[in-house]
Design a protein around this ligand. Structure first.
Ligand code: F6R
Length: 452
């Protein structure tokens, strides 16, 4: 598969040198599949190099949605390009506790389904924390897990995802730099994020067994993957904010041989991506002051100074890292007008066109129109274009909204039951409901109770 690397820069450095030899760096890909393919290729290189030397490749593996593309690609490499896993030893980061290995949400099951069933790894070489142990046996088990990692010669390459709390493995806020494999209490945010998998937050286990931050940092090489907008903020904190146990992933800044492999969305708040002009010359970094970058910079300046675009002056451009933009694109006056006009063009009071408007071919456009709005969820239309919908209706168009899902899967049964229960109690206390309403509420409760 083709991979497209868009940008690479060293952690803690000013702006992106395209130095492939840099030891700890951020690499931004055009898509998550590109990033996954590049990481899978790196893992495959390691496995083959070790096999050639007659050695084992010791991999540290993560679960969750992020590494699935990597595992798919590794399975493909095994199927189509003879990549053998016979010299591979694996240690997984974590497992919920308690958790039977065959449960839907078990990481044992996840790893089997996503990778191990598709490759020729020796099951004796696979290690995943045991979620079935009684509490009194967990501590000794964790010590033994650490011993097994050491006995295997340590982890050559550790794959990580990142949680919204900044956890790596399940090292929640407060996990010290030198923590080792142990039982941990999951953060509320982590349990909320796992709620979908468990059909409700209340079903998510409160604890997990996880490798420690120290265990992870002992790996010879580390790749942290993060994709999507929901990871943007925490990636910014992990890479650019202070190193702190409040964000376990920030410990990765302080050691070499770490790569953050990101897609564009996850990298969106990093300085070299969001405000590259603050990191040095745009031109020297291989980009140009094209229309898009110019517009972004001017809007950023106006927002930063909380001033209308048309009132920005040269000194403000100069003092905020935009000297190069002024030299490349002319005076502040010209820039302000140019960006203002391009924004103005995107706004219209007539979203369906004005009555009597001429089309390109000279014919008169239809007015009023029949308009279909496609809304993925039942609230997307109102949230994203409520004002436009009102205008379209007021201006006499025949407006229809096509909802693409009922939205029911976004509401857990226990939430629905709680509301029905409340409505029933409310009606009873205030003597509001007739027989029909009571029966309807009762039927709804029965339906929810009988659903699996
Ligand atoms: C799982 C693990 C966690 C996940 C993290 C992100 O083994 O170690 O740290 O990597 O919670 O999960 P996803 O990828 O589902 O967003």
């Amino acid at each position: 598969m083709e991979t497209q690397e868009l940008h690479r820069f060293q952690i803690g450095s000013q702006y992106g040198t395209a130095d492939n030899k840099c030891r700890s760096c951020v690499v931004i890909y055009d898509s998550s599949s590109s990033a996954s393919a590049a990481v899978a290729a790196q893992i495959a290189d390691l496995i083959r190099a070790k096999a050639q030397q007659g050695e084992q490749a010791v991999l540290g593996l993560a679960t969750g949605s992020t590494p699935q593309g990597v595992y798919d690609e590794l399975a493909r490499l095994h199927r189509e390009e003879n990549l053998s896993f016979q010299n591979v030893v694996t240690f997984n980061l974590d497992e919920y506790w308690p958790m039977p290995p065959n449960a839907l949400q078990s990481y044992h099951r996840f790893m089997a389904e996503c990778l191990f069933c598709h490759v020729d790894v020796d099951p004796a070489n696979v290690h995943i924390p045991d979620g079935t142990l009684p509490l009194e046996k967990v501590a000794a088990y964790c010590t033994e897990y650490e011993r097994q990692i050491r006995a295997a010669g340590g982890i050559d390459l550790q794959i990580l995802g990142i949680g919204r709390t900044g956890h790596i493995g399940f090292n929640e806020p407060g996990s010290p730099r030198n923590s080792r494999t142990r039982l941990i209490t999951l953060d509320k945010v982590t349990r909320l994020d796992a709620a979908d998998d468990f059909f409700g937050e209340w079903n998510v286990p409160r604890k997990a067994i996880t490798m420690g931050v120290g265990t992870i940092l002992d790996a010879r090489q580390i790749i942290l993957l993060a994709f999507g907008e929901q990871k943007t903020q925490i990636i910014q904190q992990a890479i650019e904010a202070e190193v702190t146990s409040a964000v376990a992933a920030s410990f990765l800044q302080a050691r070499p041989a770490v790569t953050f492999s990101l897609d564009q969305a996850a990298a969106g708040e990093l300085k070299p991506v969001k405000t590259p002009w603050l990191c040095g010359s745009i031109v020297d970094s291989g980009q140009s002051w094209d229309q898009r970058t110019t517009k972004r910079a001017v809007i950023w300046l106006a927002e930063k100074l909380d001033k209308p675009i048309l009132k920005l002056i040269e000194e403000e451009y100069n003092e905020n890292g935009l000297q190069e933009l002024l030299s490349a694109r002319g005076s502040a006056y010209d820039l302000n007008i140019q960006v203002f006009k391009s924004l103005q063009k995107t706004i219209t009071g007539w979203p369906g066109g004005k009555p009597g408007r001429l089309r390109r071919d000279g014919s008169v456009d239809v007015f009023p129109k029949r308009i279909v709005v496609f809304s993925p969820h039942p609230d997307d239309d109102v949230i994203s274009m409520g004002g436009t919908l009102i205008r379209l209706c007021e201006q006499g168009h025949d407006v229809h909204v096509a909802y693409q899902t009922s939205g029911n899967i976004a509401v857990f049964d226990d939430e629905a039951a709680r509301h029905v229960d409340f409505a029933a109690e409310f009606c009873r206390v205030f003597e509001l409901s007739g027989n029909q309403e009571s029966r309807r509420l009762e039927r709804t409760m029965q339906l929810l109770a009988s659903e699996k």
